[in-house]
Design a protein around this ligand. Sequence first.
Ligand SMILES: NC(=O)c1ccc[n+]([C@@H]2O[C@H](COP(=O)([O-])OP(=O)(O)OC[C@H]3O[C@@H](n4cnc5c(N)ncnc54)[C@H](OP(=O)(O)O)[C@@H]3O)[C@@H](O)[C@H]2O)c1
Length: 244
Amino acid sequence: MSIAGKVVAITGASSGIGRATAILLAEAGATVVLGARREDLLADAARDIAAAGGKVTYKVTDVCVRSDLEALVARAVEYAGRLDVIVNNAGISPLSRFDALRVEDWDAMIDVNLRGTLYGIAAALPVFQRQRSGHVINVVSTAGIKIVPTMGVYAATKNAVRTISEALRQEAGAHLRVTEVSPGMIATNLTDSFTDPVARDAIAARVAAVAIPAAAIARGIAYAIDQPDDVDVGSIVIRPTAQD
Ligand SMILES: NC(=O)c1ccc[n+]([C@@H]2O[C@H](COP(=O)([O-])OP(=O)(O)OC[C@H]3O[C@@H](n4cnc5c(N)ncnc54)[C@H](OP(=O)(O)O)[C@@H]3O)[C@@H](O)[C@H]2O)c1
């Protein structure tokens, strides 16, 4: 089985990379199971996908709540009988300098980007073990590759997920594929999660100048899913050619 026929749960599917990935995978014949907090946007995305002939369902999901991820995975199994892929994509990036002491933002990034990914893994693994097949795809960031000021905590959460991805891959054996995808600057609503006006102004302008569409990341995720079962794409970095 390549993409067609696979059942893919995607967190953060109400916007940006998650939404673009859901649309592309549904076009390629996957059944997509959308999770995020904003129900109106999930319903919009599901309506668009269904109108184009795609198979889709959604469940309101806060990745900070472990039982929400369990419910998202349960929705996939109820709706489609199995789960083949979980894309842990939900993320926030309220960037700031350390001396701004925006400690609540640090906590929020740890909760959403790191703990949320772990909860996604915890929800999907029992299903993958039962099926003796599965694929975990974690969306990380080039912020963890080239570390720059204001991105310290964000990059730390993403690099923690990178570490988890490699450890999971080693533990997983022959039946579980694990992929990390590192986007560079992508045109999405991520800068809406910036709370520090200084960082927002500086970074939003840079992102706007070079960003590429979310579909570029969706194509990378689709590439990893599309490989034969014995081919595990470990790491994909996709950034604008113009990104420094
Ligand atoms: N855009 C970039 O330049 C870039 C670069 C590198 C990495 N990334 C990563 O790509 C991923 C997607 O971001 P994006 O760029 O597509 O931004 P986006 O348009 O802001 O989308 C973020 C998604 O995450 C969801 N989300 C946030 N908090 C959540 C929570 N507690 N529970 C469930 N869902 C939550 C949002 O949905 P709700 O608000 O409806 O819950 C939204 O669907 C993130 O992990 C981000 O770190 C983005």
